[in-house]
Design a protein around this ligand. Structure first.
Ligand code: SF4
Ligand code: SF4
Length: 298
């Protein structure tokens, strides 16, 4: 009979330890970033609530849980497990017009979007010098969204990092694509742990990108909820089926020619969603060999 009590105590101790680590990370980050103490703690509390109760809740079918907007179509690297590698055909390069980006944000503000928003898809976001201004606009119009930047970190400096946080970026995921550790990435993760996660490219499982990268020829039959819950817009303004569509072969509409929410709610988009919700991946060529299980992406 003593065991359940011991178990509860261990659970409680683990929870307290987790809370302690969170508070410690927040305080270390606050000291690094500087600024007003009360404002900082209010912001952190708000973003924690958004992340816990809005972004991560299971959105019902057809709600936008996350948005990827590719502000630049360029990347400075050519990783072997990426479409930017020389072995793959080149796609047209360019950057998104500022008015296009702002139109997207304005449209999302009409539904008071409060999910996760990232200013990238395949392109490296820190190549875009407009990023601080774009993120400022985003947070002004969408104060309840959770903004996250995934980057290779090659162009990140402490100054740019602080500037982006001040302009409204909530979190960074930095992937080290080299084999050796980098002093700056260690520094930034130690000094601002609440806002950064640093990982190595070896830490995550490389996805096959619809069977095109590793040629695994997977054939899953699970439903895929990505097109039902994630909005992906490439640098040209094309709303594409999902993040695997590097070449923009499955375009649901272009935000420069039509209304974003009309595109999201279109019959064309629904056609793909309905097939994928039933697990009928083989009916769509890009999905046929996709190895992504297809839950709601965070
Ligand atoms: S850094 Fe990222 S986007 Fe660039 S080539 Fe590597 S995997 Fe692709
Ligand atoms: S099955 Fe794969 S390729 Fe098709 S929509 Fe889902 S994630 Fe994209």
């Amino acid at each position: 009979m003593a065991k359940p009590a011991a178990g509860s105590r261990i659970i409680l101790e683990n929870k307290l330890m987790k809370l302690y680590r969170k508070l410690r990370d927040i305080e270390i980050s606050r000291q690094f970033l500087g600024g007003n103490l009360i404002e900082y703690y209010l912001r952190v509390t708000m973003t924690s609530i958004i992340k816990k109760y809005f972004v991560k809740m299971q959105y019902p079918y057809h709600s936008i849980a996350s948005v990827n907007i590719e502000t630049t179509g360029y990347c400075n690297r050519k990783c072997y497990f990426c479409f930017f590698h020389d072995r793959f055909p080149k796609r047209k390069q360019g950057i998104m017009e500022e008015t296009t980006y702002k139109n997207i944000i304005d449209e999302l503000s009409k539904i008071n979007f409060c999910g996760r928003l990232s200013p990238h898809s395949y392109g490296e976001p820190l190549l875009d010098k407009r990023l601080p201004a774009l993120m400022e606009y985003t947070k002004k119009k969408l104060p309840n969204c959770y903004t996250q930047i995934m980057t290779n970190g090659d162009f990140l400096t402490a100054q740019l990092f602080k500037q982006l946080i001040a302009k409204g970026v909530d979190h960074f995921i930095i992937t080290n694509y080299d084999d050796e550790e980098k002093a700056f990435l260690t520094f930034i993760s130690e000094h601002c742990p609440w806002h950064v996660r640093v990982r190595s490219y070896k830490d995550f499982i490389t996805v096959d990108r619809a069977g095109k990268i590793l040629n695994r020829k997977s054939q899953l039959h699970e439903p895929c909820l990505r097109p039902s819950s994630q909005l992906v817009i490439n640098w040209k303004g094309d709303v594409i089926l999902c993040c695997n569509d590097f070449y923009g072969e499955y375009v649901m509409g272009n935000v420069n020619d039509g209304n974003l929410l009309d595109i999201w709610n279109s019959a064309k988009f629904d056609y793909y969603r309905n097939n994928l919700i039933k697990g009928q991946r083989s009916s769509i060529p890009i999905c046929h060999h996709c190895d992504i299980e297809g839950g709601i992406p965070w």
